[in-house]
Design a protein around this ligand. Structure first.
Ligand SMILES: [Zn+2]
Length: 80
C-alpha cells in the first residue's frame, strides 16, 4: 500500500523572454510570451553547420523584418 502526501516542489518557471536580435524583452507574470517566438534550426547533412542546432528567440517585429528580406515570402498557414 502506498500513501501520498502533498509536497511543494520547486520548479524553474520562465519569467522573462528576450529577443536575441534587438534585445526587446517581455516580462510577463501571466507567462504569456507569444510576442516573442522560439526559433529552432537544425542543420542537416552537407551544411557547413552540420550537427549544429541553433535556438534563439525573435520578437514579432524582428521576424517580420527578417522575412521581408526573403526573395520569396514564407509559407503561412494556420494551425489549431
Ligand atoms: Zn526583436
Amino acid at each position: 500500500m502506498k500513501e501520498y502526501a502533498k509536497v511543494l516542489e520547486e520548479v524553474d518557471a520562465e519569467c522573462r523572454r528576450v529577443c536575441n536580435r534587438c534585445g526587446k524583452e517581455i516580462v510577463n507574470e501571466t507567462l504569456n510570451f507569444d510576442m516573442i517566438t522560439e526559433v529552432k534550426v537544425v542543420f542537416g547533412w552537407g551544411s557547413n553547420k552540420d550537427g549544429q542546432r541553433w535556438d534563439f528567440d525573435l520578437c514579432d517585429d524582428c521576424l517580420d523584418d527578417m522575412a521581408s528580406g526573403f526573395m520569396f515570402p514564407p509559407t503561412v498557414s494556420r494551425y489549431m
